[in-house]
Design a protein. Structure first.
Length: 382
C-alpha cells in the first residue's frame, strides 16, 4: 500500500487523530481532490509563455533590473510575496525582494482605475531575504525576513510613512503573516523543517509595536496557545524550541485568513492546512498524499478570491497556480512555461477581484536578477 492510499485509509477510517487534527463539521469534505477547474482547461501558452483558461489574458508589469514603464523606479530582483491595496480610484501592488546581505526590501507599483501603471517606488530597503508577509486591515504591509532570527517590518504601501521594525512579533525565520480581525491577532508561519505556527496578540489592535507572541501547542490531540518566553531569542534558544509541546510543521510558507479560518501551507510535505480559529482545530485542506493525481506540488504562497476560491502558487512543480474551490476541488488555474528553474510568488488580487498579480522569482534566466512580475485579467468568479 503506497503512502497516498495508506493516509487516505487512515483519514476515512477514523476521521480524526491520525495526524493530530480534527475533521470539524465545517471541514468534513477536506482534503481537496483533483477535479475540473471552474474556469475550464488551460489553453496554449500566450506571448508571455503563460497557459491560461479561455477568456483570460496576461501582461508583464515589471522585470528585475529594468525600470518600471512610465516611472523612474528600477524593479527589484527576486520578487516574492505581495499584496494589493486600494489607492484613490486605483490600487497598489507591493512586492518583496528576497535578496540577501541587506539588499532586500519592498517595492510598490501604483495603478489607476483603468489598470495603467502610474508610479513605482521603494517602501523598504536595507533588509534581508524578504520572503512573504501579509496585509493588515489598516492598510500596511508586513514584510517578513526569511532568515534565522529575522524580523517583521511594517511598511506603508503608499510611500508616506517610514517602515518600522516590529520586534515584539519575534525573531525567527519568518515567512508569512495573516491578520485575524475577529480575534485581533496576527498568525505567523516559520520556514523551518521543524517550524512552529504562531500568533501575535497586540496590546492594542492596530498597533504592532507591543504585544505577546504565542505558539500553537498540542497535547493529547488538543490544541492551545502558549506564550513564547523569549520572542527575541536573546538567550540563544530558538522561539520554536522554547515551549514544550509546540506543534511542528514542515516548512511553513504562505498564510491567508478568512471567515474564521487561517489557511497556511507547508512545503516540506505539500500540504495546505486549515486552522479553524472558532473551534481551535486543524484540518488538511489539501495534501498531495491524500489526492489522486495531485496537480499541486511545491506549495508556497496562498491567497483568496471573493468567490471563496483559494489560489496556491508553486515553488517549482510545473510552475502553476492552482485553485482550490469551496467545494474542495483542486485544479490548475495557470501555468508558466519555459521557466522550470523559477518559482511563482506573491499572488494577490486587486480590490475589485478581477486582476491577479504574481511573480516568477527567477524568470527564464533562473537567477534572482531575472524576475518577472505579471498581471492576469479575466472573468474571475465573484
Amino acid at each position: 500500500m503506497d503512502r497516498r492510499t495508506l493516509l487516505r485509509s487512515a483519514v476515512v477510517g477514523t476521521g480524526t487523530v491520525a495526524f493530530g487534527f480534527t475533521m470539524t463539521r465545517e471541514s468534513f469534505a477536506y482534503p481537496a481532490q483533483t477535479g475540473t477547474s471552474p474556469y475550464g482547461p488551460l489553453q496554449a501558452a500566450d506571448a508571455n509563455g503563460i497557459m491560461l483558461p479561455s477568456g483570460f489574458t496576461s501582461r508583464v508589469i515589471a522585470r528585475s533590473g529594468q525600470t518600471v514603464a512610465g516611472t523612474g523606479q528600477v524593479w527589484h530582483g527576486a520578487p516574492d510575496g505581495g499584496a494589493c491595496f486600494t489607492a484613490e480610484s486605483g490600487w497598489i501592488y507591493v512586492s518583496n525582494a528576497e535578496l540577501g546581505g541587506g539588499s532586500g526590501g519592498v517595492t510598490a507599483v501604483r495603478f489607476d482605475g483603468s489598470g495603467a501603471v502610474t508610479d513605482a517606488y521603494r517602501v523598504l530597503a536595507g533588509t534581508t531575504s524578504n520572503c512573504a508577509g501579509g496585509a493588515t486591515p489598516w492598510n500596511t504591509w508586513l514584510s517578513c525576513e526569511e532568515t534565522t532570527r529575522g524580523y517583521v517590518f511594517e511598511t506603508d504601501p503608499y510611500g508616506v510613512n517610514a517602515a518600522e521594525r516590529r520586534d515584539a512579533m519575534g525573531r525567527f525565520k519568518h515567512e508569512a503573516a495573516a491578520c485575524d480581525p475577529d480575534r485581533e491577532v496576527v498568525y505567523l508561519t516559520e520556514d523551518e523543517s521543524s517550524g512552529a505556527f504562531y500568533r501575535f496578540v497586540p496590546a492594542t489592535w492596530g498597533d504592532l509595536s507591543a504585544g505577546t507572541l504565542q505558539v500553537l501547542v498540542e497535547s493529547g490531540g488538543a490544541l492551545s496557545w502558549a506564550d513564547v518566553p523569549d520572542p527575541g531569542a536573546s538567550g540563544g534558544e530558538q522561539t520554536r524550541d522554547q515551549v514544550s509541546g509546540a506543534r511542528r510543521f514542515n516548512g511553513g510558507e504562505g498564510c491567508y485568513y478568512r471567515n474564521g479560518t487561517c489557511f497556511f501551507t507547508t512545503k516540506g510535505d505539500n500540504r495546505v492546512w486549515a486552522y479553524d480559529a472558532n473551534a481551535n482545530t486543524l484540518a488538511l485542506a489539501y495534501d498531495d498524499g491524500l489526492t489522486d493525481d495531485p496537480p499541486l506540488s511545491g506549495v508556497d504562497n496562498i491567497t483568496g478570491a471573493p468567490a471563496g476560491d483559494l489560489y496556491v502558487a508553486e515553488d517549482g512543480g510545473n510552475m502553476e497556480i492552482c485553485v482550490i474551490t469551496p467545494d474542495d476541488v483542486v485544479a490548475p488555474f495557470l501555468r508558466i512555461t519555459g521557466q522550470s528553474s523559477s518559482e511563482i510568488c506573491g499572488p494577490a488580487f486587486n480590490p475589485a477581484g478581477n486582476r491577479l498579480y504574481f511573480s516568477s522569482q527567477r524568470g527564464t534566466s533562473g537567477s534572482s536578477g531575472g524576475g518577472i512580475t505579471y498581471e492576469v485579467t479575466g472573468p474571475f468568479r465573484s
